[in-house]
Ligand binder design. Structure first.
Ligand code: CP
Length: 305
């Protein structure tokens, strides 16, 4: 079988490759017109077995803006998964019709299973509570544009237990120097031990807080997350924990003036709408960065950049 490069976890990309993707994304932002035809005749298959707004739309927009085409499904119920077709067979089929695949699936490990049989590059667009590497790339691009990749204190707030974006982001940031991690969560939603062990192994400085206000003055970046209802085993626990943190304008009084507020989105209640107009809010810009970095990744995996 032909060797193809897949991106299942952020660890599938070296630091040099990530830096290269950021360079391409910046070049796309600076001169989008020069990329508008580069994927002519190429097709992206979006296989979304789980709901998505940003990831699917930004992959779609990315391929369209590169001059390519997009096919796929956004609901498992409209695919032959309902007839019992395996993830692996679905990926092989998509490779017959497309040059590259972006797949989201609710089951952890689904992307790795697909990667074993795929004949075209496969990008994991999220597999359950596991990995979401293109969100991590999005976050890295946003940080690189608003700050720099290194020498800052980042507060990660909310559901640190189930938040796959947080786990991947920490793993990626451990490659860069001088980053201090402030972990803000209720005791029930603390960061899993295995991620803390990775931070320790990398010699990273980290501290845990329960109260967002206590942590706020220290932060250069505040990364808010949603409590992940779909990952809870019972509704009662979700209801008890869902509003643990609600960022409002008054809570930002003690924050640094140049702090940036990030969120992978979707938000539920954790950032009040009034915060959107604060110059520190950059979560919608972050979603725009998601399109640029996915354009860069498509180009790279297709061997066009
Ligand atoms: N951030 C993110 O993955 O959003 P979607 O679930 O809407 O794709």
């Amino acid at each position: 079988m032909k060797e193809v490069k897949n991106v299942i976890n952020i660890t599938d990309l070296s630091t040099e490759e990530i830096d290269h993707l950021i360079e391409i994304a910046d070049s796309i932002e600076a001169d989008p017109e020069s990329y508008s035809d580069i994927c002519r005749g190429k097709k992206l298959a979006t296989l979304f077995f789980e709901p998505s707004t940003r990831t699917r739309l930004s992959f779609t927009a990315a391929m369209m803006e590169l001059g390519g085409n997009v096919l796929g499904f956004d609901d498992a119920s409209s695919s032959s998964a309902t007839k019992g077709e395996s993830v692996s067979d679905t990926v092989v089929m998509a490779g017959c019709y497309a040059d590259i695949i972006a797949m989201r699936h609710p089951k952890e490990g689904a992307a790795a299973v697909g990667a074993r049989r795929t004949t075209v590059p496969l990008i994991n667009a999220g597999d359950g509570g596991h990995f979401h590497p293109t969100q991590t790339l999005t976050d890295l691009l946003t940080i690189s544009r608003k700050k720099q990749l290194g020498d800052f204190t980042i507060g990660l707030c909310g559901d640190l237990m189930f938040g796959r974006t947080v786990h991947s982001l920490i793993e990626a940031l451990l490659r860069y120097k001088g980053i201090r991690f402030v972990l803000i969560s209720p005791p029930e939603l603390r960061l899993p031990r295995y991620v803390k062990e990775k931070m320790d192994a990398a010699g990273a400085e980290w501290v845990e807080y329960e109260d967002l206000e206590d942590a706020m003055p220290e932060l250069d970046i505040l990364y808010m997350t949603r409590v992940q209802r779909e990952r809870f085993f019972n509704e009662e626990d979700y209801v008890r924990l869902r509003d643990s943190y609600i960022l409002t304008l008054d809570k930002l009084d003690t924050a640094k003036q140049d702090m940036i507020i990030m969120h992978p989105l979707p938000r539920v209640n954790e950032i009040a709408v009034e915060v959107d107009d604060d110059p520190r809010a950059c979560y919608f810009y972050q979603a725009l960065c998601g399109k640029h970095i996915r354009m860069a990744l498509i180009l790279y995996l297709l061997g066009l950049k």
